[in-house]
Design a protein around this ligand. Structure first.
Ligand code: ADP
Ligand code: NG1
Length: 454
């Protein structure tokens, strides 16, 4: 169960300015303070929504939310980052269709609230005043959006005195964030709720289980922001990949499973489990199962024996209805090989100490980047350049992290090389950039979301 601790001692000092800001905004102190970390994914990109395990860790950058319950049925929301204020009536909240409204910063906040109210069947939620402040760079692949969703779900929990389990809440938040329209997996919400300071996590889905991974001594992870932002919800690349993975799963399933079984399959992991094949076997046969470089819309309709209407309603998402071509072989090869790399990464962390182990972790990370770049096509110029510069300047491995198409890289650097590495990247990528220490920094595994009462 999620515990609420008292905000006291050094923590009270740490958040004194935020509490003062809340008082200035709303006239009195918050009743609760919530901290949700961002995350960096070390390896396992774009595979959570295919059912496969991922390997992230929480980071120090976070979102802080203060909340106070109200007598009236109002939701008053203020954001210190953009000085924007929004007000809603709690009564009308359930009628707001987030996916069809223009996406705003509070859209993510409403996701978490609506998710909890719907799931817990709260018909008359308490009114609340909420102040938000965050330092996770937005749209940079470090999951600022999920931190807001998790933060707001916790607001709904504490302001209505609900009891929740962290894993259940993570699953709920993963579903709730899809109100935005992006069909992501559950990695971000899970690590943000289940992280333990000092540990990275191997996160498995269905059922959700988070296993501790102690990162090997001497390993330092450096996050570098390409400074190219990518807002997933404002474009359809993310959902296009989700759809291509669904189609790849169906086409492979049709060749491996009985008709009664393949019709409902939507995730590559389900095909693998139902067919009893191991990952290597499937990786090696991808081009046999999916021989074409590009599948047209007509190709997939013919291969699956479905109508265009069925494609639209069962497989495509709202923002991918008009897609005409699909790269199934390449996407499936990425997902299956990436899943293999995730398990190997954890095995090396646990069983192969020293230089040799670090070298192999680095190789796995760089292989992951190349697979994202060439097979999944989710990289960007800035990310490729950062990876190239990182490897040239001594990183053992380097890759894009998060959804990609912009955002950050994560590089594995030997502890003894970190200073030299940071100086080189600052000179070669960030010359003339202000606030360079918030663009490139070393990251240690942080703890998961916390709730304090005042
Ligand atoms: P990410 O990879 O960071 O999750 P997304 O594009 O999915 O990127 O989400 C970024 C969006 O989250 C921003 O456009 C903004 O609406 C919201 N967001 C992030 N941080 C904050 C913040 N501190 N305050 C308000 N909204 C935020
Ligand atoms: P970010 O990096 O937050 O955009 C997204 C998805 C994850 C996962 C990664 C790619 C959401 C909320 N998050 O993360 O589930 O699929 O991309 O590995 O959709």
């Amino acid at each position: 169960m999620l515990a609420v601790e008292k905000l006291e001692g050094s923590l009270r000092d740490k958040y004194a300015d935020f509490v003062k800001n809340f008082e200035e905004s709303f006239g009195s102190e918050p009743e609760y303070l919530i901290r949700v970390p961002g995350r960096v994914n070390l390896i396992g990109e774009h595979i959570d929504y295919c059912g496969y395990a991922v390997h992230p860790m929480a980071i120090d950058q976070d979102i802080i939310v203060g909340v106070r319950t109200l007598e009236s049925g109002k939701l008053e929301l203020k954001n210190l980052n953009n000085e924007k204020y929004a007000e809603f009536s709690m009564e009308n909240l359930q009628e707001i269709d987030i996916s069809t409204e223009k996406i705003n910063w509070w859209s993510y906040f409403l996701c978490g609230l609506k998710g909890v109210y719907e799931d817990k069947m709260i018909e008359n939620p308490n009114g609340i005043q909420v102040l938000v402040s965050g330092c996770i760079p937005p749209s940079a692949g470090l999951s600022s959006s999920s931190a807001l969703v998790v933060g707001s779900s916790l607001v709904a929990v504490v302001s209505n005195k609900l009891e929740v389990d962290r894993s259940d809440l993570a699953n709920l938040c993963a579903r709730a964030e899809r109100f935005i329209g992006t069909q992501g997996g559950g990695m971000d919400q899970a690590i943000e709720l289940l992280a333990v300071a000092g540990q990275a996590k191997l996160i498995e889905f269905n059922p959700l289980v988070a296993h501790d991974t102690k990162l090997p001594d001497g390993s330092v992870f450096v996050i570098a922001n390409s400074l190219q932002e990518k807002n997933k919800a404002a474009s359809n690349e993310f959902n296009s990949r989700v759809v291509e993975c669904r189609l790849a799963a169906k086409l492979i399933a049709k060749q491996l499973l009985k008709e009664s079984d393949w019709k409902d399959v939507k995730k590559l992991r389900n095909v693998q489990v139902s067919s009893g094949k191991c990952l290597e076997e499937l990786v090696n046969s991808v081009s046999t199962f999916l021989p074409k470089e590009v599948y047209t819309r007509e190709d997939v309709l013919a291969e699956l024996g479905i109508t265009d209407e069925e494609l639209r309603t069962d497989i495509l998402t709202a923002n991918t209805q008009e897609l005409q071509t699909f790269k199934l072989q390449q996407r499936a090869r990425h997902v299956l090989s990436e899943s293999n790399r995730v398990y190997r990464f954890r095995e090396v962390c646990h069983n192969k100490a020293g230089e040799e182990g670090l070298k192999e972790l680095g190789e796995l990370m760089t292989a992951s980047h190349n697979s994202c770049r060439y097979d999944y096509e989710c990289s960007a110029d800035g990310l490729d350049r950062l990876v190239e510069l990182s490897l040239k300047n001594g990183a053992l491995g380097s890759r894009l992290t998060g959804a990609g198409w912009g955002g950050c890289t994560v590089s594995l650097v030997a502890e003894s090389q970190v200073e030299k590495f940071l100086a080189a990247l600052k000179a070669e990528y960030y010359a003339g950039v202000e606030n360079v220490d918030s663009a490139i920094f070393v990251s240690k595994p942080s703890g998961g979301a916390m709730v304090w009462s005042l």
